[in-house]
Every structure is written in structure tokens, then in C-alpha cells.
Design a protein around this ligand. Sequence first.
Ligand SMILES: Cc1cc2nc3c(=O)[nH]c(=O)nc-3n(C[C@H](O)[C@H](O)[C@H](O)COP(=O)(O)OP(=O)(O)OC[C@H]3O[C@@H](n4cnc5c(N)ncnc54)[C@H](O)[C@@H]3O)c2cc1C
Ligand code: FES
Length: 373
Amino acid sequence: LNACTQFLPTLDGRALLTVEDLGGPAHLNPAQDALVACHGSQCGFCTPGFVMSLTACYETHQAAGTRPTRQQLADALAGNLCRCTGYRPILDAGEQMFDTPARCLDRAPIAQALQALATDEPLDYGHKGARFHAPQSVQDLALLRDTYPQATLLAGSTDVGLWVNKQFRDLGDIIYTGRVAALHEIRAEPDGLWIGAAASLEDSWAALTAAVPRLRELWLRFASPPVRHAGTLGGNIANGSPIGDGAPALIALGADVILRRGAQQRRIKLQDFYLDYMKKDLQPGEFIEALLVPVPSADWRFSAHKIAKRHDSDISAVCAVLGVRLDAGVVQEARFAFGGMAATVRRAAAAEAAVVGQPWNEATAKAAAGAPD
Ligand SMILES: Cc1cc2nc3c(=O)[nH]c(=O)nc-3n(C[C@H](O)[C@H](O)[C@H](O)COP(=O)(O)OP(=O)(O)OC[C@H]3O[C@@H](n4cnc5c(N)ncnc54)[C@H](O)[C@@H]3O)c2cc1C
Ligand code: FES
């Protein structure tokens, strides 16, 4: 996680490890050791970040019994943008930390301490007249949302955190979705993949790319591992940004959004959820419960493109996810979804109409590119 976007009460009942917990001068951890040996250390702001990212990568791969490729190391470091000393020594350190016998974090005492703290009680915390509610069930969340429709809904806080640390906004009362276990669920349903609104971006993209491997590059270029582990797909859809990367992918896949108020559910096409710039079809007291994503049949072809000023960890200038369903080389159906081209993420209806019924070839693609959307 990036500490600068996390609110303290969201850490209730969780373990927080910072760079100080990893190792001191007398006993550096494998990532720190390797950074020293490879001359990969940088300034006092950047080095702890590199150590944390490399350590997360180290722990993940040691647990899986794997060793990252150089590209996987680069992906793991996508959120650590400054590389004043150059990329090579840091990536070298990432490789070298696996050369010595494994020294992993001792998780047992942490797990034991967390078990001792575990409770079924929802958190209701007050500070300076504002309340922070962390319900544990969908029913309690729905009740709170209905009772306090003006409260700020908070998920991974990778957007909302910036309202505070960049814009100094006062959030007032907060309802936090991160403790509602049912909202983290990702499961196969008869209508498609159910992705709970509080499922992390990392888990959601893993499930989406398992169904549609061509989305993988978009997954890896979506923010960085710390943001993807904290942030949620529900938050990405709910923020209504015309340049978010989740909506073009989900609209091209034909996803529905499941909205909930009290005990009532409402299911609409995601493309109809966006009414105008940052304006959504979300009633007072309503919240996103899940996304329902049809798993495309084998006759669908997809491609995804993200254009941004920087390759790593940057918001899209344009994000396009294009899907066509073919029968004997002829387009039967098309969904072309674009972010960054209008006030909302939108389908290019004229371009879609231009390809349906046509053979799928370069001439058809060029005709679609010229269609007046
Ligand atoms: C460094 C950095 C890089 C980023 N890169 C990208 C990127 O490449 N592509 C991209 O698309 N985004 C990017 N983002 C934006 C952000 O990470 C995503 O939009 C993320 O998915 C937001 O999810 P969250 O859980 O953090 O939402 P939060 O910040 O908690 O909430 C976002 C909004 O959604 C609302 N909300 C949350 N849950 C619900 C719900 N269940 N029902 C109704 N409303 C809800 C909140 O009230 C708020 O308005 C980046 C952010 C940072 C800080
Ligand atoms: S090393 Fe920290 S700013 Fe470049």
C-alpha cells in the first residue's frame, strides 16, 4: 500500500509493516542487502520505497517457490518512479536477493497477534464530530448508506486519499466498505463473473485476464502493485472518471453493474451508468454491490490499448478496449469502448455499426476508424 492514501481507522485489526520493521543496520533484510551490494540505493525518500516493493516481490515469490524474471521485477517496481541512479542496479538487486538462502518474514507471531484482535463487531469510531463506520455485512452497509446518504463511501482510498492529501478536503462522516467480506468475493455465476465492489484491483484484474488474456497489458499498466492491492474495481467504476481504465474494459466485455439500496438490487448496463461528466445513475442511499461480467465465448476477439504520457503508473490520455465477435471471419457484433475521448467512457456506436456484417480485415478497420462518432 501507499501510506499517503490510507486512513488510520482502515488499519484497525490489521498489521502495519514499514521499512523500519524489515531490518536494521546490523541485520539487513535480503532486499536491503542486495541494494547495498549492487549500489542500488537512492535518496532517503526513494530507497525505503524500493526496499518495500522489492520485499513484497521477494515474499510473494518465495511463498510461491518461484523466481521473478527481470520484466516481473520491473512490473513490481512500476510504482517507484524515481530512478536517479538508473534502472540497472535496482533490477540487479532484485535478481541478487534470490541468490542467498531464503530469509522470509516471520508471519506466525503477526498472525497470532491479529487473531487475538479479531472481532465480529463493526467499527464505529468518532473524531472531531465526524464518524467512521466500518460495517462487516452487506445488510449493515446498506442500512448505514440509507441512513447517512451524505456520508463519504470509502473503499481502497486511492482516489479519496488524494481529495485529502492534495485538496485538503474534509470528508465528514465515512462509511468504509473494506470490512464487508461479501463485497470482496469474486465468483463464477451463471451470467458471468461476479466481482464484488470491494475486491481489490489486483484480484479483479487477475480474474478478468484469466477470462480475457488480451487485457493483461492493461492490468500491468494500471497504476502499480501498491495501488492495485489497495484500490478496488468498484471504486474505479464509481469514481465516474472518463479516463479510468476499468470502465473501457468492462464496457467492451458487456458488463452490468449491480446497485443496491437497502434490500433492493438494481442491475443496469455499465455503459448506462455514466450519465455525464462525473455524473452517474446512483441514487441517494444506493451503492455499487458488484460488477457482473459475461465471460466471452471463444468467437470474441479483444484488444486493449492504453496511451499515457509515461509508461508506468500514469493515468490514461486515451484507453481503448475493442471487441468483435466473428463467424467465419465476418463481424457479428462489436463493442468498442473508449476512455479519454468524451465526458464519459463511451462506446463508439458509428464505428461499431461500420464493422458489423463486414469481413474482419484492414479495410474494415480503416472504415471504422473514419466513422463519425
Ligand atoms: C498513483 C496512482 C495511480 C493510479 N493509476 C490509475 C490508472 O492507471 N488507471 C486508473 O483507472 N486509475 C488509476 N488510479 C486511480 C485509482 O487507483 C482507481 O480509480 C481505484 O480503482 C479507485 O478505487 P478505490 O477503492 O481506491 O476507491 P476510493 O478512493 O475508496 O473511492 C473512489 C470513489 O468511489 C466511491 N466508491 C467506492 N466504493 C463504492 C461503492 N461500492 N459504491 C459506490 N461508490 C463507491 C467513493 O465514494 C469515491 O467517490 C491511480 C491512483 C493513484 C493514486
Ligand atoms: S533518488 Fe529520490 S528523488 Fe531521485
